[in-house]
Design a protein around this ligand. Sequence first.
Ligand code: ACO
Length: 342
Amino acid sequence: MYQSKIAGLGKYVPENVVTNDDLSKIMDTNDAWIQERTGIKERRHIKKGDGNTTASMGFKAAKIALERANISKDEIDLIVFATLSPDYYFPGCGVQIQEMLEIDTCPALDVRNQCSGFIYGLSVADQFIKTGMYKNVLLIGSENHSGGLDFTTRGRSVSVIFGDGAGAAVLTRSDHVGQGILSTHLHSEGKHALELSLKGPSTNHWVPEIIAENLAAGGEDSQEDIPYYPYMNGQFVFKNAVARFSEVIMEGLKENGLDVKDIDMLIPHQANLRISQFIQQKFQLRDDQVYNNIQRYGNTTAASIPIALTEAWEEGKIKEGDTIVLAAFGSGFTWASAVIEW
Ligand code: ACO
């Protein structure tokens, strides 16, 4: 049995900064509400014509991660791409990255587990490396949310939260037992699938249908029945998130005979600063034990953990031998954790 470790990290966010005040010019919202409820001050949005897409942002993050890992694109055995906002309905972004990296052929797998997507992908990469099937796996989380949000007042409870960006990690085989990915735990509960969802386009909501519904829905206040914008039952999601975050973090720690006091850095999926603060308080962690950057980027879904992990590493907040815990909760519902010995 081999061990896998993260050999390189990278991130990319679009240059275009959108503040809460910018949003308040196009919908009925305000900086105070957004900061108080979510902690978000600003986020990045792709600007029409800036060349950014989910795949191209992922490519930029991946290039940095590969350089830092000192691993050439030809050594990549598998690409895993996590996103809820792919460039195309099909094929997935994984093959686009493979083409952008000019890799002749290699397997490319797309993961659709929303906010838990990066940890699900990390687990897949870890299993392939542990069994010896692959040596180097390129894992990417990238999202273009801004292209598909409802920026009218009707969609404000969702659209103010999300931002665009990408993060990437290169996982490689390590002979150092006890270092690297120690464990991953994955969960889902499909009975809550529609509490946080985007229903179309899909085989239930093809484009002609959506156009017809779009016309019929004109002037409606509720976002619940509109299939082409994301819907979120915010308070229900919040309650489930705080419970599942706590559970899955403890599950990971227990598996490794660790306790909350052993955590050097917790990197929670950046869904809402209030959720991170709740977890921090519950586990009595110091500020320097929890990394948050939602204030600057909003919720970037599958990209949020790799962006945060990259920044924490760039800022020197992660050192060799540290115990790092990643945890996520999101649409599905899905939730997951990973315990890493850096
Ligand atoms: N600006 C101003 N007012 C607003 C806004 C806004 N942007 N959005 C909603 N409001 C209003 C509502 O209309 C409502 O007004 P009312 O009381 O007059 O009816 C009031 O504010 C409260 O709205 P709620 O939706 O109840 O606000 P809440 O405190 O629940 O905050 C939020 C909403 C931020 C979405 C929160 O519920 C949350 O963070 N939920 C969890 C998110 C999460 O963890 N998601 C998982 C990951 S995402 C993924 O997987 C894709």
